[in-house]
Design a protein around this ligand. Structure first.
Ligand SMILES: NC(=O)c1ccc[n+]([C@@H]2O[C@H](COP(=O)([O-])OP(=O)(O)OC[C@H]3O[C@@H](n4cnc5c(N)ncnc54)[C@H](OP(=O)(O)O)[C@@H]3O)[C@@H](O)[C@H]2O)c1
Length: 233
């Protein structure tokens, strides 16, 4: 597909993860992903600040108690200078729609929250999210991620999305060929175990095809290795 066609259909998607030496993004019991260095956490915010929107599953937002904001005024100033809104649009994905409206992300009103879910969302959640988020509910069993990106582009003017996980959402994005770049910080930890969450979900989750990737950046910083990969090879 030509790059121009791609631009027309959907925003550019950059995913960002910290992974352990053995390829895990979390432990078997999904403890918060705070195993990377302060420098990596700072870089996460810098990468988040690149996007018109930041995307995560509701599972990850709960696990990591995320607000998806940008606490550093300097990053917000850079966005303003680029002509972007001060904060990225915050986008949540959940098939079940089992989302607690009292989550921190909804009380932190820095930028609008858009929830892409399905008609399976419980009625009380729909009511609870009124005034806190814009709902887009698919009729199918899952969210059509390609259509979601198209809506973000056409209706919300989003040209770039930073996907912050987790593994299952990333897996679903890869299956639909919706990822353009991936930032990976390799961290000096080993979590082990087949139930530890990998970059593409648990070890039982498989991709129906191999995804070719190309290394475009490589930097050793302290005990970690920051890498950036293109999926448009
Ligand atoms: N190290 C890192 O950089 C990093 C980054 C992000 C997350 N994490 C960690 O990863 C763990 C969570 O990862 P995970 O793989 O278990 O789960 P996940 O990818 O965060 O979330 C999976 C959930 O996303 C929703 N989902 C995914 N694709 C969907 C689709 N097409 N349509 C509708 N809903 C969809 C579903 O939600 P419903 O169940 O609601 O339907 C699904 O159960 C947490 O421990 C978190 O801390 C680590």
């Amino acid at each position: 597909m030509a790059a121009s066609e791609l631009c027309y259909l959907r925003p550019k998607v950059i995913a960002n993860f910290a992974i352990t030496w053995d390829g895990r993004i979390s432990t078997w019991n999904r403890t918060p992903a705070n195993f990377s260095s302060p420098a990596d956490k700072r870089r996460l915010l810098e990468i988040r600040a690149e996007g018109d929107a930041v995307l995560a599953s509701a599972t990850t937002v709960v696990a990591d108690n995320m607000t998806m904001g940008l606490p550093d005024p300097a990053l917000r100033a850079v966005r303003r200078a680029r002509g972007q809104g001060e904060y990225p649009l915050r986008v949540l994905v959940s098939g079940s729609g089992a989302i607690n409206p009292e989550l921190r992300i909804f009380s932190e009103t820095v930028s609008p929250v858009v929830v892409f879910s399905t008609e399976r969302m419980p009625a009380d959640v729909k009511v609870g999210l009124e005034g806190r988020a814009t709902l887009r509910l698919d009729r199918g069993p899952d969210v059509d991620l390609r259509a979601m990106l198209h809506v973000l582009k056409e209706e919300f003017g989003v040209q770039s999305v930073v996907c912050e996980g987790g593994g299952l959402l990333f897996n679903a994005m890869l299956r639909s060929n919706l990822v353009d770049e991936v930032c990976l910080t390799l961290c000096p930890r080993v979590f082990g175990g087949k139930r530890g969450v990998t970059l593409t979900g648990t070890a039982a989750e498989w991709l129906p095809f191999a995804v070719p990737v190309r290394l475009v950046r490589f930097e050793i910083i302290g005990a970690e290795c920051f890498t950036r990969w293109s999926l448009r090879v």
